[in-house]
Design a protein around this ligand. Sequence first.
Ligand code: FDA
Length: 504
Amino acid sequence: RSGSFVPAVVIGTGYGAAVSALRLGEAGIPTLMLEMGQLWNKPADDGNVFCGMLSPDRRSSWFKSRTEAPLGSFLWLDVINRDIDPYAGVLDKVHFDQMSVYVGRGVGGGSLVNGGMAVVPKRSYFEEVLPRVDAAEMYDRYFPRANSMLKVNHIDKGWFEETEWYKFARVSREQAGKAGLGTTFVPNVYDFDYMRREANGESPKSALATEVIYGNNHGKQSLDKTYLAAALGTGKVTIETLHQVRAIHQQPDGSYVLSVDQIDTAGQTVAHKEISCRHLFLGAGSLGSTELLVRARDTGALPDLNAEVGAGWGPNGNIMTGRANHVWNPTGAHQSSIPALGIDDWNNPTAPVFAEIAPMPAGLETWVSLYLAITKNPERGTFVYDKATDRAALRWTRDQNTPAVNAARSLFDRINKANGTMYRYDLFGPQLKNFSDDFCYHPLGGCVLGKATDGYGRVAGYHNLYVTDGALIPGSIGVNPFVTITALAERNIERIIAEDVKAA
Ligand code: FDA
């Protein structure tokens, strides 16, 4: 065992973590980031850092012997997933009893594997979800700051209308229009100028080569290229990879001690470390940060954590569905993997839905229209510590997703009716199923702002202990969440550095 002290430790390298580390570094605070995944910057034998979606290899998945793609089947055939060697790959699917959650693993967290959609929530809904956060300050200062740091950009509308790569989105827009539904362009962190060069054959293809959930080799401005590069540039921030934090406890002098396992890419533990710090920031994501705190509370390591730790979890109302188009209405063999359009029915008083029009980049015509619907599901889950496995278990039942499925159904029933089309039943596994209600991409909550923490993410019951990530948001935000996570982290860290860290 080796022991060392650093003034500040940030656990994880996703959005909340990256923001916190940058601002700490700028304030001159030596900061160590601990990330369980790898740094994705070395090309493998095929010359690429990441593998593609159509022929995934071990780089795709976090210690799985078979890939676990969101669309598990096509015409009910198990043609999508592949056997692979267990490895410290980039995408994890964490399985709880009745819900599975996709998360990114590596320097950049979810930014490595996500669709890059960078959406500021509707202000009225933000105010409803986080009533005690000053919305004026968020919309005037922190959302713009997040958008500019994340390099959010907009697709050229002229190009969108003419390119074959977004035919799938135009088809879905027209069909939504027939049902009286409007669409909106969705900003992204994928560089749309780069994408146009891909389309023109001037640059290596990434979004136009089906890359996304197992990483993009080009074009995406993931956190390693934005916030984390800037953080390292301060000269005060260091990142240790393949370092998994297992436990947290506190010393009599108030400092925190982390028990950390260093692993290799085959998953073997190569070292145990004890790292202590004065200020500890949890940015391990909704699942990761919540698990660390639930474990700390219920093993007695941090007994003063309150009963709100673990509560208020939700999947942001995520439901996927697919529609079958008529043969005369193809969606295109060539589809960009980066979505650019959403059906916006959030102001619907009975069943609000924001549905991104998702690609199905299969390299051949499928006549499928695919969607990720974000709905307003009031149901919440709770993480509880399971002593036998030393893990946090998620109390969430499948039927808690019924309100989300019903909302999605009411929207897509309208679209099907207006177009004389049907659902696809073959995409989500071996059984007949037209809605995916058992997995999500947007885990939110577990350490809710103002409940498990104060109004700035300071964990209740402790000093110098902070949550900075998606765990702060109470289960729903109505749009894809990373811009909100980033902006909230910007707001919180500014206050914490001014009041806690500089004062110390
Ligand atoms: P995030 O999950 O990003 O980072 C946590 C990091 O901590 C990870 O790198 C993890 O490995 C590490 N970690 C966890 N436990 C640890 C431990 N014990 N020790 C050390 N390290 C640990 N959102 C959006 O706004 N637009 C979009 O288009 C999409 N699309 C999308 C697609 C897919 C496939 C996924 C999986 C997700 C999305 N999302 C999305 C969701 C988005 O990526 C997600 O909300 C954010 O990444 C969450 O940011 P956080 O800062 O909360 O943690």
